[in-house]
Design a protein around this ligand. Structure first.
Ligand code: SF4
Length: 259
């Protein structure tokens, strides 16, 4: 019997704004429902039962038909996102997508493991830091990595708002030194992202300040294995700011070399 998947939205192609696949054209399949309630969740419409009426039960072929329509029948990167997509039986969808040469990234907080975690190309594990109000169960997290069986490329992606989050990220990275780690600036403005727009404007100046703070922390700690990314809410402005910051630091460094 085909298992149905509860879907919040399917949209794209759009440019991925987070993690190791930042910048890649992506179709998003956002499943509905989540076992977490993060303080700063910006996709509550895919989390809270109040939005249940907007969710749709779909078969894997129905989902894939929509993905193919959006991608104009070309192979594309498909991000399985949520909510928590780990709550759903997504192996048949991935198998179907493979026949269309699609690649898959699964993004989950690592609270629930599934045998099919070995199936996607990427497993992006995003343990939630203290500012989320959630507590990571590292045994469950470990089980997610075990389920992946070293088949997908596994990475850590951690949102950082403050010192406590930064310490959490350091600890998580130390636990899993083999995993590449991506740090993303947290966005405190109550943005709700939909498939078409943000419903509010981000405080760009504040996000710039946060990006500079995070970059400075990483550089001061000589944490060269980390990748610092801007908030997706204003990726363009922050990326330019980060480039300028790095260029300025490089200039300073080369001047001191000449002394
Ligand atoms: Fe929202 Fe993600 Fe937290 Fe779930 S895990 S509540 S989708 S931020």
């Amino acid at each position: 019997m085909t298992e149905l998947v509860r879907i919040s939205e399917i949209f794209g192609p759009t440019i991925q704004g987070e993690g190791p696949l930042i910048g890649r054209p992506t179709v998003f399949v956002r499943t509905a429902g989540c076992d977490y309630r993060c303080e700063w969740c910006d996709t509550l419409y895919a989390v809270l039962p109040e939005y249940r009426d907007e969710w749709v039960l779909m078969t894997p072929p129905q989902i894939m038909t929509r993905v193919n329509e959006l991608a104009k029948d070309r192979p594309v990167l498909v991000s399985l996102s949520g909510g928590n997509p780990a709550l759903h039986p997504l192996a048949p969808l991935i198998a179907l997508g493979r026949r269309n040469a699609h690649s898959f990234a699964l993004e989950t907080q690592g609270s629930v493991s599934q045998a099919w975690f070995a199936e996607p190309d990427w497993l992006i594990l995003s343990p939630k830091p203290p500012s989320s109000g959630m507590t990571t169960d590292w045994n469950n997290f470990e089980n997610c990595l075990k389920a992946a069986q070293n088949k997908p490329r596994c990475v850590l992606k951690i949102v950082v708002f403050d010192d406590a989050d930064y310490s959490f990220a350091r600890t998580a990275a130390a636990r899993y030194p083999a995993l590449p780690v991506y740090l993303q600036v947290g966005n405190p403005t109550p943005l709700i992202e939909t498939s078409t727009a943000f419903t509010d404007q981000p405080d760009v100046e504040d996000l710039m300040h946060r990006l500079r703070w995070l970059a400075d922390r990483v550089l001061a700690d000589n944490w060269f294995a980390a990748t610092v990314l801007p908030s997706r809410a204003c990726m363009g402005q922050q990326a330019r700011h980060l480039s300028a910051l790095v260029a300025a630091q490089t200039r300073c460094a080369s001047k001191s070399c000449r002394r």
